[in-house]
Design a protein around this ligand. Structure first.
Ligand SMILES: NC(=O)c1ccc[n+]([C@@H]2O[C@H](COP(=O)([O-])OP(=O)(O)OC[C@H]3O[C@@H](n4cnc5c(N)ncnc54)[C@H](O)[C@@H]3O)[C@@H](O)[C@H]2O)c1
Length: 249
């Protein structure tokens, strides 16, 4: 019998790619997103179920868990981006808005679904983090939130490992979801030589992140927990080359 995966934030971008790729690998899919129309479109494409969910609302996360029932895998891809805002121009509202969705939301979705998996004695969770959580960037709220998601995943892996629940994270580099592909093409935000900064000479495709997520969610990764898997086309690998030859060859 095929296993059921719930993809939170699955209405767009990497989450939508996770739904498509996991469906190809034989999973049944439930999609939850604040963007209900997008969730419905994705669910229809993979013959799955769609649910409206705002991860800021803990009561609605619990209500969703009751409606969906037991799941074999949870993918948390919901997030908002902050933009390159110098810290002098940030404020409490921006900090709270980003952290409320990205960190607090991920925490409570993990807590609600992970506790139920632990009670049943089985399950796999994959949280979407980011390479920005592993180094210094201008994203002074988003990136620390992503660093915390890597740590949260490791912490929960330790807490629930003895009860059959694996928890890992995936850290994408610049991934060409429609929104980012458009910005890159228009020259907005990203430098013209962005591709040259990656060891593989290009940015990541959404399905490449999704394949890593599916692997970690599947029984093929039965011995892996508390790991962060970087999918960045070698961006981090090439980071120190600038000081020597002016960049990668
Ligand atoms: N695209 C990239 O280059 C990139 C790089 C590194 C990490 N990531 C991470 O990967 C994940 C997916 O990113 P993406 O580029 O696909 O983003 P996206 O904006 O395309 O998708 C995010 C989804 O989350 C949903 N969402 C937002 N707020 C929500 C809320 N309160 N409740 C429920 N759903 C909510 C959105 O509706 C959307 O469907 C995020 O965690 C992001 O931080 C993306």
């Amino acid at each position: 019998m095929s296993k059921l995966a719930l993809v939170v934030g699955g209405g767009n971008g990497i989450g939508a790619a996770c739904c498509a790729v996991m469906h190809e690998h034989g999973w049944q899919i439930a999609v939850a997103d604040i963007d209900e129309a997008a969730a419905q479109e994705v669910a229809q494409a993979v013959g799955g179920q769609a649910f409206a969910l705002d991860v800021r609302n803990i009561a609605s996360i619990k209500a969703l868990a009751d409606r969906v029932g037991p799941i074999d895998a949870l993918v948390v891809s919901s997030a908002i981006f902050q933009g390159n805002v110098p810290i002098e121009q940030t404020d409490e509202d921006l900090f709270d808005r980003v952290m409320e969705v990205n960190l607090r939301g991920t925490y409570h979705v993990n807590r609600v679904f992970g506790m139920r998996m632990a009670e049943r004695g089985a399950g796999a969770i994959v949280n979407l983090a980011s390479v920005t959580g592993q180094g210094s960037t201008p994203l002074n709220i988003y990136a620390p939130g992503k660093a915390a998601i890597i740590n949260l995943s490791k912490s929960l892996a330790g807490e629930w490992g003895g009860r059959g629940v694996r928890v890992n994270s995936v850290s994408p580099g610049v991934t060409l979801v429609p929104r980012i592909r458009e910005r890159k093409a228009s020259g907005d935000r990203y430098p013209a030589d962005l591709d040259e900064r990656m060891a593989l000479g290009r940015c990541v495709e959404p399905n490449e992140v999704a394949e890593a997520v599916e692997f970690l969610a599947s029984a093929r990764a039965s011995g892996i927990t508390g790991t962060d898997l970087v999918v960045d086309c070698g961006w981090m690998t090439g980071a120190l080359w600038g000081a020597y030859l002016g960049g990668l060859r």
